[in-house]
Write a protein that binds this ligand. Structure first.
Ligand code: SAM
Length: 283
């Protein structure tokens, strides 16, 4: 029998180690091992991959990843109270689980991982978006990860996959879709977690593109998008006033009407505009 199967149920692990959930750490735990295995499977074949897991908590998803055959898991957990529970999992999967007690925002995980790497996490909500933006905007592309399989609040997941024309569409959709293909692969109700959060959740799977979807300088593209959506109710000729001389001509050259609002402009058009801004390939 697989030694992972002999570990106690997660409710007992939590009781034994006194892991009362802390709101400040975004602790909403998944205790159903069928569910955590299902999330792990959304990441694809893990048998030839190292997996980075941020916020393993008592280890439900960690167990799922190992049971589903991950070659190696690096689990980065800020809450030292979780370490003994995670250590028990490491002992049941010799040589396959490395636990680091650190704040994921301060750690460079690459020193501890070998390619190919997939990231799979039930992220703490308070740092989830910040980590996603970091993973999507590294100095070099392609990034260190092949795919990201991440739990978010449903509203954030919908912002990542949003298409032009709605309120959810904005910076997060554009950044994610420029460099990756994001899909919502699971929806989870609040009751799937202990304690239940106030809102529903969803798992998003993002596959890294070998090169960004359309050519553009990352810095220029990000600054155009930030300006355009900072004043999303304004027409672009007003929102981007001051970003470059002759902004109306540049918008028209990129196939965008100066009277349009950011919400209706496609990723391809934003990239065309970035190329026509000062410093861009056609600027
Ligand atoms: N993966 C577990 C599960 O699915 O049951 C726990 C998920 S819980 C939503 C988020 C976890 O992230 C908690 O264990 C919390 O302690 C941890 N965490 C919060 N902030 C963190 C940070 N900055 N760095 C690393 N871990 C963090």
């Amino acid at each position: 029998m697989n030694r992972l199967d002999t570990l106690p149920p997660l409710s007992r692990v939590i009781a034994t180690h006194g892991l009362s959930a802390r709101k400040s750490l975004g602790q909403n735990f998944l205790l159903d091992l069928n569910l955590t295995a299902k999330i792990a499977r959304q990441a694809g074949d893990l048998s030839a991959c190292d997996v980075l897991e941020i916020g393993p908590g008592p280890g439900g998803l960690t167990r799922g990843l190992l049971v589903e055959g991950a070659r190696h898991v690096l689990a980065v957990e800020k809450d030292a109270r979780c370490l003994p529970a995670l250590q028990e999992i490491a002992e049941a999967a010799p040589g396959r689980l490395n636990i680091i007690n650190a704040d994921a925002l301060d750690l460079d995980p690459l020193a501890h991982l070998s390619s190919p790497i997939r990231v799979v996490s039930n992220l703490p909500y308070n740092v989830g978006t910040e980590l996603l933006i970091r993973w999507l905007t590294p100095p070099e592309w392609p990034p260190f990860w092949q795919s990201l399989t991440l739990m978010f609040q449903r509203e954030v997941a919908e912002r990542i996959v949003a298409q032009p024309g709605g309120k959810a569409y904005g910076r997060l959709a554009l950044l994610a879709q420029w460099r990756a293909t994001p899909r919502i692969v699971m929806h989870l109700p609040p009751g799937a977690f202990t304690p239940p959060p106030k809102v529903s959740s969803a798992v998003v799977h993002l596959t890294a593109l070998p090169a960004p979807r359309f050519p553009a300088d990352p810095g220029i593209l990000e600054s155009v998008i930030a300006r355009a959506f900072n004043q999303r109710r304004k027409m672009l000729r007003a929102a981007l006033r001051g970003a470059a001389p002759d902004i109306e001509d540049r918008l028209l050259a990129a196939g965008i009407l100066p009277t349009e609002r950011a919400e209706t402009v496609s990723l391809e058009q934003f990239c065309a505009l970035a190329r026509r801004m000062p410093g861009g390939a056609e600027g």
